[in-house]
Design a protein around this ligand. Structure first.
Ligand SMILES: *[C@@H]1O[C@H](CO)[C@@H](O)[C@H](O)[C@H]1NC(C)=O
Ligand SMILES: *[C@@H]1O[C@H](CO)[C@@H](O)[C@H](O)[C@H]1NC(C)=O
Ligand SMILES: *[C@@H]1O[C@H](CO)[C@@H](O)[C@H](O)[C@H]1NC(C)=O
Ligand SMILES: *[C@@H]1O[C@H](CO)[C@@H](O)[C@H](O)[C@H]1NC(C)=O
Length: 543
């Protein structure tokens, strides 16, 4: 990590807080973001949205593998605020993760500078506001991490690289939605769907005839799985959450909450304006929206009906999910083939089984994992851990297998050993699709199926070319299993991407721990870290 050369010296002079915590030899990209309220009209009615530098959705972050991102965030809302970086692994550095359990909120009128590194990552990610249901008001945006110039990418460079942030939307504002949840009620059905912050026909992607385009599709919504399709065009899948995939062709694609897919679309049809349709999946009624694929030689609206979504439900989606596979010979962030790490041959050290549930606690609707409905502590858990402040949380406050009986409220933390290799089984006995995300990690989705998981279920695991990603779906009355190497020390949020469920307790923290205090295993607290709760008044570094 030795910084060398005049530019590194200049950096240290101008930016003392960068310190030696990030790769000194890797490029820096600087962002200054002003977070404010502002009027938006995504479904035609005026709402107070959360803007970043005046934009909804927020600005796109463009980076290259190993870049250091220095993002100075000014909170001009009237509430504490944090951004989190979905899929950015924050290696050895969970302090920068920007969730309530790792990072003190930025108070109104103050700023905080995140220092992230997209270490050994490529692909499609996003950021979002993690506190207080702010995500329902905006504040999210795309992150794309390109391969370094010398690393081969398994498809020709596209003519343009588009981001499509798709998601459901409520006309009710985030403070009212929060009030509904706090009073124990459910949110009900979303009012509409958005593509890049716009409703029906509101957003246009312009393409030139004959050229091929990359679309990075992310479901940034709160409540519903979505399906996307392009009238008259197919999609060639090339990347899923940091992995290059087998390049299969799809006419429509299911995108569950928090998931990201990159597809190539070739403008090989007569010159028209084609609708891109997004609609809800597995819902009692179906709502949809469209964007426009506009050819530069367009003769107007393309003839023909809107393309319909899949008519069969779970089986179709399950089969599609199984068809998403790793391209073993393609490079990922490094020049060696992705498949050179034989994830299926590494013996697992532990099996963790997680079951979601909807529970009424103290007369209110809550959601739980293994019988525990998570509540935030008065101090971020990672910071309490760092200063050894007792009484904030205890390790082992959530079981590593499903429990019988009711659910209760607790600040739940599961302990795990650094360098373990775990099998995690997500079990869903409810009637709705679940979507789960693990911060700090990517994992191999080795299997999913209907019914109850048992050790015999391992016979259907894909131990060869399952895709490595960071957000998984679990179908109703079904299970999904992953393999995950515990190679990143820290305090990591495991959460539902269904935002009401996350807000009402379907989450916990995984404390991946080592007795080592070497910076090779984990960085110390950042010099500029805000300190709050029981850590207020401490020093970030000994003098
Ligand atoms: C952020 O925007 C607000 C509203 O436009 C403005 O008053 C404030 O000065 C801006 N702050 C920064 C740091 O740019
Ligand atoms: C949300 O709407 C309510 C009225 O329904 C209003 O009192 C509140 O200030 C609004 N919150 C925001 C953040 O705009
Ligand atoms: C707030 O911004 C100032 C000016 O760029 C910077 O020096 C300071 O470190 C930032 N504060 C934090 C806590 O990052
Ligand atoms: C896998 O990646 C290689 C590049 O290493 C590429 O040539 C090949 O077409 C890809 N295979 C599939 C099935 O996508």
């Amino acid at each position: 990590m030795a910084a060398s050369g005049a530019s590194a010296v200049a950096l240290l002079v101008f930016l003392p807080l960068l310190s030696v915590l990030v790769g000194g030899e890797d490029p820096y990209r600087f962002f200054t973001w002003n977070v404010t309220y502002g009027d938006i009209f995504p479904l035609g009615v005026k709402q107070q949205g959360i803007l970043i530098n005046g934009q909804f959705p927020g600005p796109q972050i463009d980076a290259v593998t190993n870049d250091n991102l220095v993002v100075n965030v000014y909170n001009n809302l009237n509430e504490p605020f944090l951004l989190s970086w979905n899929g950015v692994q924050q290696r050895r550095n969970s302090f920068e993760d920007g969730v309530a359990g790792t990072t003190c909120p930025i108070p109104p009128g103050r700023n905080f500078t995140y220092i992230l590194q997209v270490k050994d990552q490529i692909g499609t990610y996003f950021y979002f506001p993690s506190l207080a249901f702010h995500k329902a008001a905006g504040g999210f945006g795309g992150i794309r991490v390109l391969s370094r110039p010398m690393i081969p990418v398994p498809f020709p460079p596209p003519a343009a690289d588009f981001t499509a942030l798709i998601g459901d939307w409520y006309k009710t504002n985030h403070t009212d939605l929060r009030y509904i949840l706090d009073s124990g009620k459910t949110l009900g059905f979303p009012d509409g769907l958005l593509i890049n912050g716009r409703g029906w026909n509101g957003y246009t992607f312009t393409v030139q005839p004959g050229k091929t385009y990359r679309f990075r599709i992310t479901n940034v919504g709160l409540a519903t799985s979505l399906n996307i399709r392009f009238q008259g065009h197919t999609m060639k899948l090339v990347e899923v959450e940091g992995s290059h995939t087998l390049q299969s062709i799809y006419s429509s694609l299911d995108v569950h909450l928090g998931q990201s897919y990159s597809v190539l679309v070739t403008a090989d049809q007569p010159g028209f304006d084609y609708p891109i349709v997004v609609s809800t999946r597995f819902t009692s009624k179906i709502i949809s929206t469209t964007a426009v694929l506009h050819y530069t030689n367009s003769a107007g609206k393309a003839p023909g009906p809107l393309p319909g979504g899949p008519t069969t439900q779970i089986d179709w989606s399950l089969n599609q999910a199984r068809s998403v596979r790793w391209n073993l010979t393609a490079s990922g962030p490094r020049p060696n083939p992705q498949g050179s790490y034989h994830y299926g041959q590494v013996p697992t050290t532990k099996t963790i089984r997680l079951a979601n549930s909807a529970a009424i606690i103290n007369g209110k609707q809550r959601y739980a994992v293994n019988g525990v409905s998570f509540v935030n502590a008065d101090t971020p858990l990672k910071i309490a851990d760092y200063y050894k402040i007792p009484g904030v949380f205890s390790v082992g406050t959530i079981s590593d297998s499903p429990t019988s009986g009711g659910a209760y409220l607790k600040t739940s933390v599961m302990g795990a050993d650094y360098r373990g290799y775990v099998e995690i089984v997500f079990e869903n006995s409810e009637n709705e699709v679940q979507s789960w995300h693990i911060d700090g990690y990517a994992f191999w989705v080795v299997g999913m199926n209907g019914g109850q998981w048992s050790s015999a279920s391992r016979q259907i695991y894909n131990l060869r070319d399952a895709v490595s990603r960071y957000t998984l779906q679990v179908y109703p009355n079904a299970w999904t299993a992953i393999y995950m190497p515990l190679d990143n020390v820290g305090m990591w949020n495991v959460r539902s991407e269904n935002w009401a469920r996350q807000y009402l307790g379907q989450q916990f923290y995984l404390r991946v721990w080592t007795p080592s205090t070497s910076w090779r295993d984990e960085f110390p607290i950042p010099k500029n870290a805000l300190l709050c709760g029981r850590a207020a008044g401490r020093r970030t570094r000994p003098l």
